[in-house]
Design a protein around this ligand. Structure first.
Ligand code: F6P
Length: 557
């Protein structure tokens, strides 16, 4: 039974918060702002509405904010006690009140500073001991010391996990491809047998290592795929080979033991690490095997640097706080329902999928910390694809659709392929062009003038020009960094984690539980015998019963 605990930081004075909220709404109503005008009037605008931390730059000047907006947002953050909530998180207070847990993914990357205490125990020694064990195992696999059952070197690792036990490491493996000098890494997540089937198709059992990654070690997708993997190994190499071909990552060490994975191949973590925040510890094992412990450490160091920045930088220079405030402004005050994340960095192509869990599982909530209904919208729909691909797909809607969707662009100044610098320059030109186009748009007169200058007939200009109008004044944020190396990548992901925290604080919700995923899981369990035809669908609603009937009809059963 989950006990609801009182907040571990003093309750926020809601009247002060409501006052700031009203002030922001009034401010927006009085001056919705036209970005073309404000850029024309203020050559310093970029300087005023951008901030850096090291080489990382956040530019929110192409958003409809002014100095007064930023003042009001700063007061709002104070009214929401952002500082107090942040301190409570870093101190290991049990801010996940519905699960009575601390939220300490930051401790997984705090390897040199002062340790943090949970329930009277310093967690740092545990963190370092798991990291060392991961390092030793990763080195053994990479060097060929830890072979498969027939003595062959491991060439492929297959991570079996889902959600937080998949999205983070899968994204990171792709992001850090230039540093990948270990075995090939594959990720199987879906319960759809096609996923594991297609993944294993090209692999040899003799040289494949499975990592079963599950915080709870009960998730049906992961457990089912793990059984399939075990059968695959047993069929090819015999039962006794299993030990050499499996490792596990979990907080449920008793359940792992029952599955039969050898003790020295089990890497633990703790209930104070949320699934979607777990990439930094043992869940990162496939990444560590792929890129090596040294690069993995640089990734952790980068994230720790961002933690320190988030803890200590003043709000006006604090990148996660600013990104969160602007995100909240767009969602709550401007009423935009979604945000698009568009990395102009092919290796971040899984970032949007990762952020969907990080952001939407964290902030897709309808009740406040004390269980009462929220009075403002909460987390937006988060989606995206890499640029330039997105330009040839959904950018039409971003530029001319009827909904305004703020866009977050990410790009590296320098690519990893010096020989292909020209392509990187084209990539950056496209990225900058898109945010400029969203902001500036094109008026009817401009469209007409351009068409006439090209020699089009006036009648055609009249007919076509309205289709060539871009309203402009569409907000975007740009995040630039020098190069996507492990340290920078760590900083970026920690930046997004803290931004979700900032927005969750302003929404006054618990960003660290996920009760919304439970109902579907429960119903799926009950529906399995119905789909299998062992139970009647008669008691289901008419649609579900009808769908089951149609599936059976298609199967001829
Ligand atoms: O279904 C949601 C969820 O609980 C996520 O929060 C979690 O990351 C994922 O399932 C996987 O859970 P586990 O790591 O326990 O298998």
């Amino acid at each position: 039974m989950v006990r609801l605990k009182r907040q571990e930081s003093p309750p926020v004075d809601q009247s002060a918060f409501q006052q700031q909220l009203a002030a922001l709404r009034d401010h927006r109503a009085a001056a919705p702002g036209d970005m073309r005008q404000v850029f024309a009037a203020d050559p310093q605008r970029f300087k005023t509405f951008s901030a850096t931390d090291g080489d990382l730059l956040l530019d929110w000047s192409k958003c409809a904010v002014d100095a007064a907006t930023m003042d009001l947002l700063e007061k709002l953050a104070a009214a929401a006690d952002l500082e107090g909530r942040r301190a409570a998180m870093f101190a290991g207070k049990k801010i996940n009140v519905t699960e009575d847990r601390a939220v300490l993914h930051t401790a997984l990357r705090n390897l040199s500073g002062k340790g943090v205490t949970v329930d009277g125990q310093d967690v740092k020694a545990d963190v370092i001991s798991v990291l060392d064990a991961m390092g030793a195992f990763a080195d053994a696999v990479r060097s060929g010391k830890a072979t498969g059952a027939t003595g062959k070197k491991i060439t492929d690792i297959v991570n079996i996990g889902i959600g937080g036990s998949d999205l983070g490491p899968a994204m990171a493996t792709l992001a850090l491809a230039p540093y990948h000098d270990g075995p090939h890494a594959h990720y199987v997540s879906n319960i759809d047998g096609a996923h594991i089937h297609d993944t294993l198709k090209g692999l040899s059992a003799e040289t494949t290592l499975f990592i079963i990654a599950s915080k709870t070690f009960t998730t049906v997708e992961t457990m089912t795929n793990a059984q399939t993997a075990r059968q695959w190994i047993e069929k090819a190499l015999g039962k006794e080979a299993v030990g050499k071909h499996f490792a596990a990552v979990s907080t449920a060490l008793d359940l792992v033991a029952r599955f039969g994975i050898e003790q020295d191949r089990v890497f633990g973590f703790w209930d104070w690490v949320g699934g979607r925040y777990s990439l930094w510890g043992a869940i990162g094992l496939p990444v560590m095997i792929a890129i090596g412990p040294r690069n993995f450490r640089a990734f952790l160091d980068g994230a720790h640097e961002m933690d320190e920045h988030f803890r200590s930088a003043p709000l006006r220079k604090n990148l996660p706080a600013l990104l969160g405030l602007v995100g909240w402004w767009h969602r709550v005050i401007c009423g935009y329902p979604a945000r698009a994340v568009i990395p102009y960095d092919q290796r971040l192509s899984r970032l949007p999928a990762y952020l969907q869990q990080l952001d939407m599982e964290s902030n897709g909530k309808s009740v406040t910390l004390d269980g009462t209904p929220v009075t403002t919208p909460t987390g937006p729909l988060v989606w995206g694809e890499p640029g330039t691909n997105g330009q040839h797909a959904f950018f039409q809607l971003l530029h001319q659709g009827t909904d305004l969707i703020p866009v977050e662009f990410l790009a590296a100044a320098v690519g990893h392929e010096p020989d292909l610098k020209h392509q990187h320059d084209l990539l950056l030109a496209n990225c900058l062009a898109q945010s400029e186009a969203l902001m500036k748009g094109r008026t009817l007169q401009e469209a007409r003038a351009q068409m006439l200058a090209k020699g089009m007939k006036p009648a055609d200009v009249d007919r076509i020009a309205p289709h060539r109008v871009f309203s402009g004044n569409r907000p975007s944020v740009t995040i630039l960094y020098r190069k996507l190396d492990p340290r920078t990548f760590g900083r970026l992901i920690a930046l997004y984690e803290h931004r979700v925290f900032v927005e969750g604080t302003l929404f006054n919700i618990n960003s660290f539980d996920q009760w919304g995923v439970e109902l579907g899981k429960e119903l799926a369990t009950g529906l399995l015998p119905v789909v299998e035809g062992k139970e009647s669908a008669a008691k289901r609603d008419a649609s579900t019963a009808g769908l089951v009937g149609y599936i059976h009809q298609l199967r001829g059963s």
